[in-house]
Design a protein around this ligand. Structure first.
Ligand code: ADP
Ligand code: MG
Length: 463
């Protein structure tokens, strides 16, 4: 079997359960270096990625490889290596190769040290207006994005786009960046996730005046600032303050700011009132779930991009089975295409039904405490009885606190309700666990990262 094809299918499978950011961060430029019997060596770009994949994704990788190869208990090893050009996997939803956007016109190259300025100044090649299908669910946001691209900083500032995960927010705001650069190649466009903004800020503060200045230059010296998933700014007082000043600076200089979030400004708990007011002062629009016709159009467009012929009945079937997110819709199409190409069979309706049957069943769940408990159990690989039980092992206790925190924040359960769910623990124990995570989240990067991944997994397993 062709190892590249195998890796494509494995990634196709993982892609469905991970957010785009996570998927790209950890799987970009990975490939199968070699296979000897049941030992699969994965080529990874850095030790850091190796370490992370080992800790967080090894089970998923084993499972996906086992499924694709029918090799019982595959053994996974890692090796730091660069892929050959033909080993770089690209997907319909996003080319995994990025092109830098910030043009260091006059600055010397060594100025932008890779450690402090990671690939967050990049736009995905695919996220352009031409690839964005417009329907009733995203019409308004699309129109606003077009207007902003035509006259940035003038009409709708800031533009705030909100909607659930996987509905095209990132795509749309990056399209504005592309469009602006197409017309004015010298303009400075900066796209960052809110997490990157926060991390950059924390680093800048921790490293003294010079870095703080770099930070200011970096964020204030742009024509278009795209900040993704601003809800993560919630309860980060120091960063909110800095963001407020950054925002004001840009706004006063008639520079455009575009923000996305999974909720309205009003609904972001722990966001300062002055920021809410600013966000609401521009244009706020939402993206909702696409209707059937739009979903079909998106699939058709993706199939054309991939140069694959996909029959109408297959398109209709996929579009009617998956309604909640475009990301999943694409994941499903990728999965069908990969499976058919791997087994060299035609893409028929029956085959599609067979391939998607598991996926569709999995998706019909709703967010319940059990989903959270299950995902935490899988993530830390801790048996459910130990997660809920009384054992005081450090590892169990900290995973337990994570469950408590998520039950409180994602399911809005009261402390006594959580206590009952957690095998009859009392109110004060639960409150203590929850507070512990709430405190640690801003100081402990590990906790923060774990929660980001877990939330992604939880949401994608129920959406
Ligand atoms: P969000 O930021 O809202 O979570 P993304 O922008 O990451 O969602 O979109 C998820 C995937 O779905 C991306 O690959 C994107 O290209 C695709 N997508 C979303 N909406 C559309 C659309 N209207 N037309 C084409 N592709 C879309
Ligand atoms: Mg996004």
């Amino acid at each position: 079997m062709d190892l590249n094809e195998l890796w494509r299918s494995v990634l196709g499978e993982l892609q469905v359960t991970l957010s785009k950011a996570n998927f790209e961060t950890w799987f970009k430029n990975t490939f199968i270096f070699e296979q000897k019997k049941n030992v699969f060596t994965i080529g990874v770009p850095t030790f850091f990625v190796e370490d992370w994949l080992k800790k967080k994704y090894i089970k998923e990788l084993e499972r996906a490889i086992e499924k694709q190869t029918e090799e019982k208990s595959p053994v996974i090893k890692f090796k730091i290596a660069s892929p050959q050009p033909d080993q770089v996997i690209t997907f319909a939803q996003d080319k995994l190769i990025h092109k830098p956007v910030e043009k260091p016109a006059h600055s010397s190259p060594q100025k932008s040290t890779p450690q402090t300025l990671p690939q967050n100044t990049t736009l995905s090649d695919n996220y352009v207006f031409e690839n964005f299908i417009v329907g009733p669910s995203n019409q308004l946001a699309h129109a606003a994005a077009i207007a902003v691209a035509a006259s940035p900083g003038l009409q709708y500032n800031p533009l705030y786009i909100y909607g659930e995960s996987g509905l095209g927010k990132t795509h749309l705001i990056q399209a504005v960046g592309h469009e602006l650069l197409k017309k004015h190649p010298n303009k400075k466009v900066l796209y960052v996730s809110t997490e990157t903004f926060i991390n950059d800020f924390i680093q800048a503060v921790g490293q003294g005046f010079g870095k703080a200045k770099d930070f200011k230059t970096r964020y204030r010296n742009v024509d278009l600032l795209l900040i993704d998933d601003i809800q993560f700014l919630s309860s980060k007082e120091g960063t909110q303050d800095e963001f407020f000043h950054t925002f004001n600076h840009l706004y006063q200089n008639k520079k455009q700011v575009i923000l996305t979030s999974d909720r309205t400004p009003k609904d972001i708990k722990g966001l300062e009132v002055r920021l809410k007011t600013r966000f609401e002062g521009g244009m706020v629009c939402d993206i909702s779930q696409p209707d059937l016709e739009t979903r079909e159009a998106i699939l058709r467009h993706k199939a054309i991009q991939l140069k694959k012929e996909v029959a109408d009945d297959v398109i209709s079937y996929i579009a009617s089975s998956i309604s909640s997110s475009v990301r999943e819709l694409e994941g499903a199409l990728n999965k069908v295409l990969a499976a058919c190409s791997l087994t060299k069979c035609d893409i028929t309706l029956d085959k599609t039904k067979e391939i998607l049957s598991n996926m569709v069943i999995e998706k019909q769940q709703t967010l319940t405490p059990d989903v959270i408990i299950r995902e935490v159990h899988k993530f830390y690989n801790i048996p459910i009885e130990d997660l809920l039980g009384p054992k005081r092992t450090k590892e169990f206790v900290s995973a337990r606190h994570i469950v408590i925190y998520l039950l409180r924040h994602l399911c809005n359960l009261s402390y006594p309700e959580i206590g009952r769910k957690m095998g009859g623990k009392d109110h004060s124990t639960i409150m203590h666990g929850c507070k512990k995570i709430e405190t640690n989240i801003s100081s402990d990067l590990r906790v923060k990262e774990d929660l980001t991944i877990l939330k992604d997994r939880i949401y994608s397993s129920v959406s």
